[in-house]
Design a protein around this ligand. Sequence first.
Ligand code: GLU
Length: 298
Amino acid sequence: MHAKPYVGRFAPTPSGHLHFGSLLAALASYLDARHHTGRWLVRIEDLDQPRNMPGATDHILSTLENYGLGWDGNVLQQSQNLDRYSHILHSLIKRGEAYYCDCSRKLIMEHGGVYPGFCRTRDLPAGSNHAIRVQVPDQQIRLSDRLQGIFSQNLASEVGDFVVRRRDGIVAYQFAVVVDDIDQGITDIVRGADLLDSTPRQLWLYHLLEATPPRYLHIPLIMRRQGEKLSKRLASEPIETGHAPATLFRALTALGQQPPHALRNAPVSEQLAWAAPNWQPQRLPAIQQMLEDSLPPT
Ligand code: GLU
């Protein structure tokens, strides 16, 4: 058990509206936090400006409110934190843990997509179109996920030294997420299983930044068809705000929570008042993907 009081978060990217899959991630992290009488924060991950959709942040926040998912404190927007990221990136470079790289995507693809560390020892100076990469160790990095069990990756052979600031100057998700989770004192991360694969990279950053990693729970992703994620990019329909009670009931059922039938049309506040104390994450299917067709109908 963590000695620190529970702090959870939902960290959407404002590249589109909330869809049913992101509602499940928000709901699961909210319920896990409230079940542990913890705090629940919302952070908008808006660093990839070209991908941001105008109006998405407001829509995401008003949808969360509509579903009764009230957060604690202020909403942090990552775009307000650029100085902090740059400061830490430069201290990693100074310590020799990170370095500048001017390799093209084409060159990396020619090496099977795993970056072979060409620039590790070149000692390139800062350059406006240089990426920054972090050196990774040749060892298994393991995590014990609360739902998915043991997951492990050798970063050197499976990923390579990875990008923490892109060549276009945009700070990479992998890096910003860890800096903010540390700064915000996050003890528990509940999110979609598409990010399981990113977690060993993030654990390596916790190590470099000398911080204690959180506990993880990766919930199954909803797939439209085999291999086709319900993603914002695929323009999955935004979830209905007009039928929040019915959709929330469906979401609780999809999370395996077996809400009492009498709550089907109850206001969202009543459904959540039942769901938080009764939250049983072990009822989630311990799989990384589930098909939309297997979910209960609306
Ligand atoms: N911003 C990421 C996304 O929307 C999620 C970050 C996280 O939960 O670690 O996919």
